[in-house]
Design a protein around this ligand. Sequence first.
Ligand code: GLN
Length: 277
Amino acid sequence: MLIPEIVKILTNAGIPENEANIEVKLLIEHFAGYSLVDILMGKKLDEEKLKLVEEKAKYRAQTKKPIQYIIGLADFMGQKFIVNESVLIPRDETEILTRKAIEIINTNNYKWALDMCTGSGCIACSIAMNTKAQVIGTDISTEALHTAFSNMEKFELFNKATFRKSDIYSKIRPEERFDIIISNPPYIPPQLKNSIQTEVSFEPDLALYTQDEKGLEFYEKITLDAHKFLNPNGYLLFELGIGQSQDVANIMKQNNFKEIQVIKDLANIDRVILGKI
Ligand code: GLN
C-alpha cells in the first residue's frame, strides 16, 4: 500500500486532509521508524512496517480514537509527552498559559510553582524544563499522576518537578508557599457532554467536566484558597473555556486579586487569565 492510500483511509472516515496527512506522518514515524526526510527522499519503505501503519490507520478511522492515544505521545511545547486515556491530550492553547507562566517565573526569578490538575504533567514539566523553579504538580487521579511521573522521568526532571495526589489544596501543607499557581482545570459544563466530538469522548470525564452548569467550580475552589499558599505579590494563572473570562475575572476580583489580565488565543478567544495577590 502507498502512503496516499493510507491517507485516504483517514479522509474517507471524515478526517480533514491536512490533519490526515499529519497523522499518517506521525504513524509512519512511530510505527515504521521512518522520518519525514526518509519519506521525502524516497527511501524504500518496508512492506511489513507499512502494513502495521495501515492497520493503525484503519483502527483510527474506525474508532475515531485520537491519534495521540494510539501512538501514546502528544506534542507540547516542542516535546513529545507520554499520554494515555487517563489524561487529557495537551492542547495548543495550553502553550499560551505555559509560556506566560515561564515568562513570569523567569522575569521574577521565582523559585516555587504549583500546577493544579496537572494531568499528564505537561505544564509542570515544561515549566521545570524552562525555568529554575521547583514545580509541584497535583491531581486527584492516581493514573494521571503515574503518567505525569513517567513524563518527569522521560525528561529527567528529578527533583525539579514532583507530583502529589491532592484534591485541590487538600494535600498542600499549611506552611507551603508558592510564587505562582497555574491551572488548566476541567471547565466544560456537564450539559455539553452530548455535543462534543467523538475524539473528545475518549478523554477522561474527570479532566473535562465540572459539576456546575457554568463550568466555574474549579476556578472558584482554586481562587478561594490561593491567598493562603501564595507569597505576597504571587500570581494566579488559569486557562479559560469559551465565554468564561468575565466570570473568572469576577471570582478573582472578589478574592482580592489585582492587575487582572486576559490573553487571547489565535481564534481571538479569551484563553488565559492572570492576576496578582
Ligand atoms: N494540565 C493538563 C493539561 O493542561 C490537564 C488538564 C486537565 O486535566 N484539565 O493538559
